[in-house]
Design a protein around this ligand. Sequence first.
Ligand code: GTP
Ligand code: MG
Length: 315
Amino acid sequence: MPKEKAPHELEDLPGIGPTSAEKLRAAGIDTLEKVAGAFPANISDACGISQDAAKKAIDAAREATTLNYETAKAILKRREDIGRISTGSKDLDELIGGGVETDAVTEVYGRFASGKTQIGFQLAVNVQLPKKEGGLGGNALFIDTEGTFRPERIVSMAKAAGLDPDKTLENIVVVRALNTDQQVLTAERADKLIVEKNIKLIIVDSLTSLFRAEFLGRGALNERQQKLNSHIHRLALLANKYNLAVYVTNQVMDNPGMLFGDPTTPIGGNILAHAATTMLYLRKSKEDKRIVRLVDSPVNQEGEGVIRITPDGIK
Ligand code: GTP
Ligand code: MG
């Protein structure tokens, strides 16, 4: 029996025909390496094959690429290089294992005024602190899709953190994205900026609002998810390539089908759930208090913490 030829193209993978391959490419999964690094649900969502079939394709892609050949020692080394940015709240830091980590995507979802943007501001300030004070001695890229970036608030937080407000403002690059194309392109073209400006944190606030506004109706759902999926994939790639932290916010929508429990689910559903390394759900409590629930994390126990949004920032 002739030996099967090793896969070189997406179409060479088992279960991936030309149509599926096109859909994968449209979703940004355009190389065998990307297939090898994906979860079955990513592949299944992107091209509509079953999760079982997706798993077979991933296994074949893994065999054909060298992705698997990283030694455990190299992985340990990489884990040791992981940095953490303090949120300003000891409780929240502890909940997520010491702060928002690099080489990962952290997603916070919650209703309006729950504090998603405020945490983003605080991280953009704190990333500039030296390592021993809970920062990374680096700068931030803030992708603002809602027009809610407030430099005055950054100034208050910088002063409270003992940083020079002027310098702190200069170290935050703000991109106001007006549509999903601009949002996506900012991430696509970020490499040069990341290196030149020593970016150690990318904030996307919010990740989903423009997508929700642009892709209306059930017919557009698939297209929306594919574009969003590829955008998140790109962000995760940057996190890994430059060992930086990615913080994204997400609105919640009411889920009328749910009778018990909290009737809110993050927009983007599944795709976000498995692309984010850490997911936090934020909800209002009394006065300036907010309850943060750790929803999903590979290493930490699920749990809750309480933060306060004070004039000095997140505490
Ligand atoms: P949406 O973007 O509307 O979905 O909300 P969000 O989750 O981003 O909420 P945001 O982070 O904007 O939090 C808003 C809340 O933070 C307000 O209701 C205030 O309680 C608090 N807040 C905002 N600005 C300040 C400020 O300058 N000082 C203080 N002390 N609190 C503030
Ligand atoms: Mg906001």
